[in-house]
Design a binder for this molecule. Structure first.
Ligand SMILES: [Fe+2]
Ligand SMILES: [Fe+2]
Length: 144
């Protein structure tokens, strides 16, 4: 099978990696910034996402290396928001954007003749969709 545009795929996966580092920092620090009566639940919810995002970052770094690239080490800029609600809205938007990126990446994996990568990306989409749904449920009844 032909491998077209491996450099483009590596660059795209490195962009995804930088966003996963952003997510790790966002959820780690954002959890500590939660305030008020809902703090315990919101803090725990953010903290529960960190391991998934770290796992995604590790997978992407591994794949970049396997493709002959050099993994990104700098996160995308982190915006923490100034209230619990704003943090949850930022998280929700980030998860939606991430799902969109991985959906495009699945097409790139196919174009590059990487069916194994497609399957792993689909696993990532499953994780991020779970995150998105949790955040949507919290936002539904959220009282700041
Ligand atoms: Fe992730
Ligand atoms: Fe996520």
């Amino acid at each position: 099978m032909s491998h077209d545009a491996p450099d483009t795929l590596i660059a795209s996966l490195n962009e995804d990696l930088a966003y996963e580092f952003q997510a790790v920092i966002f959820y780690t620090v954002g959890a500590q910034l939660m305030t008020g009566a809902n703090r315990p639940e919101l803090k725990a919810m953010f903290e529960s996402e960190i391991a998934d995002e770290q796992g995604h970052a590790a997978f992407l770094a591994q794949k970049v290396v396997a493709l002959g690239g050099e993994p990104a080490t700098v996160p995308k800029p982190v915006e923490l928001g100034s209230s619990n609600r704003e943090r949850i809205e930022l998280a929700l938007q980030a998860e939606k954007d991430t799902i969109e990126r991985y959906t495009k990446r699945v097409e790139q994996a196919d174009a590059a003749g990487e069916p194994g990568l497609r399957l792993r990306l689909e696993d990532l989409i499953v994780d991020e969709t779970g995150h998105r749904e949790e955040l949507e449920m919290i936002l539904k009844e959220f009282e700041d």
